[in-house]
Design a protein around this ligand. Structure first.
Ligand SMILES: Cc1cc2nc3c(=O)[nH]c(=O)nc-3n(C[C@H](O)[C@H](O)[C@H](O)COP(=O)(O)OP(=O)(O)OC[C@H]3O[C@@H](n4cnc5c(N)ncnc54)[C@H](O)[C@@H]3O)c2cc1C
Length: 505
């Protein structure tokens, strides 16, 4: 038997990608090294992850948002976000190296394509719940997930990939490495992984303290590093040791106490260590996300410090971009070069996120110049332009692929138009196909969509606010491929459809 696609890794990215590929009815096998899906590090408080706008939109467009919204948590772990913000004078919108921006400063008029009532701006969930929802969804869609079987070797020819796993050879037309930051697929697949070395070891620990009053709750930059304390015992620390400690020695209570004393400048005493993990700010990226029949997505393709809270979002964005392109390639109706646009669109976005995390490291260094720079950012982030800029970057609101097309909406996430029947556009994107939304119900566009058969759906409907447009062509990942104002130019529409969906029938 030969699978259409084998995915290494049943993390969030591998599972979400598997679902995307199943939308096109491909045979998908996911191999996961770990025997069991759960782990204490995926639960609260360490497993908390912030989801940004493109992720929330992707979940919404695949019908998963309601289920995942119900799992939202607050910073203190309660499953009710509203309760967390109640009583706070200002609603934080996010942060840059710990410097908060607030929602009351954000000028949303700068985002003319985000319509009122669109899927939420961001949310917090825990990794375990997220993976459970994705795994159940994948299972229901017919994805086969084999746990306790890690990819050990990879060999590819022009026609297929032979994957050695669990003592067996599994054949696939394509292999996607979603196997995390230390990806075996990346190493065996001949990818270059380049970037910058770490400056620090970061710690996330759950401890019992003899004298917790010695630590101040919240995030603190000190002359020797940084610590964040959430009583009674959750501590994150950054120790500028050049990353020397990370994964080189066991994390003992004595070591945690020594680092905590140093970075906090106190003589706090750790009486027990319940949970601990370390990480660094190493920022590396694969130079290409495709080598022949082997592809990378998620942390396998890029790693950076978790402090900016972007890695999961970046990875899910990869999956949303790759799924339909790989499916079209396997079906045989992809236009030339479609699969290569996966790297050309996602690599620059990954590079930006890596730089965003590097910039935060520069602000965190225990130096006077970093504190001085921090004071300037603090001033700027309080201005409407500053807060809007940081919200755009942190929430991912202004993400745009360069499609070489003039209209400012082309290459952006499609606005969630409210149609006259009361439905919203996002609800019509669940099938993961292209779509022409024709506000004027023009016959040539209907005929045109028909020429692409199953690949391009067609909806004729006005919307409450059409933003001055008469039609839009939307890719399966929700990105606008073409727009019309006034009388639609069918020639242009056909060109855009051919560019993304291949030859018409
Ligand atoms: C402390 C911390 C906080 C974070 N906070 C945020 C946040 O707020 N927002 C955010 O967006 N991101 C955050 N991140 C980053 C985020 O967790 C990762 O980017 C995300 O988990 C990547 O998903 P993935 O599926 O690519 O990889 P992973 O989640 O690492 O999953 C990879 C899977 O592959 C499996 N595997 C490994 N090797 C093999 C093999 N050889 N064969 C088969 N399977 C294999 C692993 O067991 C694992 O299940 C944080 C990370 C950390 C450490």
């Amino acid at each position: 038997m030969i699978h259409d696609v084998v995915i290494a890794g049943a993390g969030p990215v591998g599972l979400f990608l598997a679902c995307e590929l199943r939308l096109a009815k491909l045979s998908v096998l996911v191999l996961e090294q770990a025997e069991e899906p759960g782990s204490p590090l995926k639960r609260l408080p360490f497993g908390m992850r912030g989801l940004t706008v493109p992720t929330v939109e992707a979940l919404y467009r695949r019908g998963l948002l309601d289920e995942i919204s119900a799992l939202q948590v607050s910073k203190d772990g309660a499953r009710n976000k509203a309760a967390h913000w109640a009583g706070q004078p200002r609603q934080p919108g996010g942060h840059f190296a710990g410097i908060q921006f607030y929602q009351d400063r954000i000028d949303t008029s700068k985002w003319p394509y985000r319509l009122p009532g669109s899927a939420g701006s961001s949310m917090l969930v825990d990794m375990e719940s997220l993976e459970t929802v994705f795994a159940a969804h994948a299972d229901a869609m017919g994805v086969e997930i084999r746990r306790g079987i890690g990819v050990e070797d990879v060999e590819q020819s022009d026609e297929e990939v032979a994957v050695r796993a669990g003592g067996k050879t599994i054949r696939a037309h394509w292999l996607v490495g979603c196997d995390g930051g230390r990806s075996t697929v990346r190493k065996l697949g001949g990818f270059e992984f380049v970037g910058t070395d770490p400056e620090f070891t970061g710690y996330s620990v759950e401890v019992e303290l003899a004298d917790p009053a010695q630590l101040r709750p919240g995030r603190h930059y000190t002359p020797t590093g940084m610590y964040t304390y959430a009583p009674p015992g959750t501590v994150a620390m950054v120790d500028f040791d050049g990353g020397a400690f990370h994964r080189t020695q066991p994390i003992t209570p004595e070591h945690v106490q020594e680092v905590l004393r140093r970075v906090s400048g106190t003589d706090v005493t750790v009486t027990s260590l319940q949970l601990a993990t370390t990480w660094t700010d190493r920022a590396n990226q694969a130079t290409t996300y495709r080598n022949g029949r082997v592809l990378l997505a998620g942390d396998a393709a890029h790693i950076h410090s978790p402090l900016g809270g972007q890695g999961l979002n970046l990875g899910l964005g990869d999956a949303m971009n790759l799924g339909w392109k790989l499916a079209a390639t396997i079906r045989g109706d992809a236009p030339d070069g479609l699969l290569d646009t996966y790297t050309s669109e996602r690599h620059p976005i990954g590079a930006q996120v890596l730089d965003w995390s590097r910039a935060q490291v520069a602000l965190m260094r225990p130096s006077r110049s970093s504190r001085a720079l921090g004071a300037i950012i603090r001033d700027l982030i309080e201005t409407p332009d500053g807060a809007t800029y940081f919200a755009e970057r942190v929430w991912g609101v202004s993400l745009r692929h360069d499609l070489g097309n003039g209209h400012p909406l082309a290459g952006r996430s499609v606005p969630d138009f409210e149609l006259v029947d009361g439905t919203r556009l996002g609800e019509h994107l669940k099938a993961g196909k292209g779509l022409i939304l024709d506000f004027d119900a023009s016959t040539p566009l209907r005929t045109l969509a028909n020429r692409w058969g199953d690949r391009v759906a067609y909806i004729a409907s006005a919307a409450t606010d059409m933003l001055g447009l008469s039609a839009v062509l939307i890719r399966p990942d929700g990105v606008v491929a073409w727009t019309a104002e006034g009388n639609p130019n069918s020639g242009e529409a056909a060109q855009a459809a051919s560019r993304w969906f291949g030859r018409p029938k």
